[in-house]
Ligand binder design. Structure first.
Ligand SMILES: Cc1cc2nc3c(=O)[nH]c(=O)nc-3n(C[C@H](O)[C@H](O)[C@H](O)COP(=O)(O)OP(=O)(O)OC[C@H]3O[C@@H](n4cnc5c(N)ncnc54)[C@H](O)[C@@H]3O)c2cc1C
Length: 431
């Protein structure tokens, strides 16, 4: 059996290592951070173990369910009837079902009809080739019209993608609408899930399974170089040691790849480098009172540069505490990405007070600010053709990250599905 090094202990790397271990390979996972889990990792929030970035499960996350069943933890999946809100023109509206759409006062009946038809078709649609070369803006304008775009979509796109907002792929937006749209118990009722104990319960269970296979996850071990000889991968250098390998799977964000694999041909490096990412900052609140009854509130309000707030405790119960995430997505070149935590807290708290005017600073129990430089790949029209093949020209070396399952958005289910496929390709596709 082969010696495999997996770079990155996020969901994809751990799933790859677990499945490779099942096939009998000798596996080491090397992770730069002091904790496994990548984007799904937790932190200690005053005694509560919580994701640094909000995570929920949808009814179509089948690869997650399959993996959890294998790990004997299916009973840890919990499902909750959730609702969505929309804050617009100074008012909080219920959102996300046909009655809420009909009651929304800011659109004409014709606009509501167009939007309703659009949403219903998105949820049923399975083909994406016809919209892959279109921008989300053009596609949304054609289906829903200018008023719906301005009212419902513009701020979501502008305050997530900034200068990239007009050039996001329609296929990518469609998979997001479809994933949420299919996570319902009826046309009127959204139903979302979470893992009891959070995403870390799955991460910990994977790490334990890998260790039971006799393999290991090595933390605090950034890969500084993937080494090669005569066109074949030979191993991985970390600051502390060199690990020999017959096969290497890299799952780190593509912007890191060129520097980590200096022996790649220049045209391959250029392809990885051309994939841009935006960063994400989450301001996480523990509050004494709830902000709204909704899990997710979209914000479409003039001069508010926050696309939405997530009241996580309306999904997962935290006793008497209310947990909220205020996400800021933006290119890391944006000046706000370097704002001190306090400025982000001040701005995001004003936004929470706008949604619930009764909220005061006395309601705040704790606050944490989490930052990630590569939080979301930017998938423009035609992105499918831009993704380099998983198998690199270096024999034995596979490279993938969350943009490889485009048009699906980044998600644990897709990462574990691709991680498994990477493991199953060892010795098949590249020999
Ligand atoms: C704000 C936010 C909200 C999200 N919400 C959801 C959600 O609700 N539901 C859902 O399913 N998914 C959600 N996701 C997405 C989900 O977290 C990811 O799709 C998934 O965790 C990605 O796993 P991965 O292993 O592919 O990548 P990552 O988690 O990025 O893992 C890559 C790993 O590589 C490590 N690494 C980087 N460089 C090196 C190096 N040189 N050497 C060694 N290791 C290195 C990193 O530290 C990291 O641990 C969310 C993500 C974010 C950011």
């Amino acid at each position: 059996m082969a010696k495999l090094v997996v770079v990155g202990a996020g969901a994809m790397g751990l799933a790859a290592a677990y499945h490779a271990g099942k096939a009998g390979h000798d596996v080491v996972v090397v992770e730069a951070s002091d904790t496994p889990g990548g984007m799904a990792a937790h932190f200690d929030f005053g005694g509560v173990s919580l994701e640094r970035f909000y995570h929920f499960v949808c009814k179509t996350d089948y690869p997650t369910f399959e993996l959890m069943a294998e790990l004997g933890m299916s009973d840890r999946l919990q499902w909750v009837d959730t609702t969505m809100g929309l804050f617009n023109e100074g008012k909080l509206h219920r959102w996300g079902d046909p009655i809420a759409l009909l009651r929304f006062p800011e659109l004409s009946l014709l606009d509501k009809f167009r939007y309703g038809i659009f949403a219903a078709i998105c949820v049923r649609r399975n083909q994406w080739a016809a919209i892959e070369s279109k921008s989300a803006k053009t596609w949304l304008l054609r289906w829903c019209g200018q008023k719906v775009y301005d009212r419902l979509w513009r701020s979501l796109l502008d305050y997530k993608f900034y200068e990239y907002a007009d050039g996001i792929s329609a296929a990518w937006i469609w998979t997001r609408i479809r994933r949420i749209g299919r996570s319902r118990s009826s046309i009127m009722q959204e139903r979302l899930g979470y893992i009891d104990g959070g995403s870390m319960a799955l991460v910990d269970s994977l790490v334990q399974a890998i260790e039971r296979q006799g393999n290991r996850v090595q933390l605090n071990s950034p890969t500084v170089k993937i080494t090669t000889e005569n066109g074949r991968v030979t191993g991985v250098d970390t600051p502390a040691s060199h690990l020999d390998a017959d096969f290497v799977i890299s799952t780190v964000p593509t912007p890191y790849v060129s520097a980590m694999i200096p022996d790649l041909p220049a045209e391959w490096k250029a392809r990885y480098e051309s994939i841009a990412n935006i960063g994400v900052i989450c301001v996480i609140y523990k509050l004494r009172q709830s902000v709204s009854p909704h899990f997710w509130v979209n914000i479409s309000e003039k001069d508010v540069e926050i696309p939405g707030v997530i009241e996580f405790s309306n999904l997962r119960d935290f006793g008497k505490d209310h947990i909220l995430y205020v996400p800021y997505y933006m290119p890391i070149s944006h000046e706000k990405f370097t704002w001190p935590d306090q400025s982000l807290v001040d701005e995001s708290f004003r936004c929470l007070q706008m949604v619930n005017s009764k909220l005061t600073r006395d309601d705040v129990i704790d606050i944490k600010v989490a930052r990630l430089r590569h939080g979301q790949p930017i998938c423009e029209p035609g992105f499918a053709a831009k993704i380099p093949p998983i198998q690199t020209p270096i024999r034995g070396l596979q490279v993938a990250d969350t943009c490889y399952y485009y048009p699906e958005d980044r998600g644990i289910a897709e990462s574990v599905r691709l991680g498994r496929a990477l493991a199953e390709s060892i010795g098949v596709v590249h020999e």
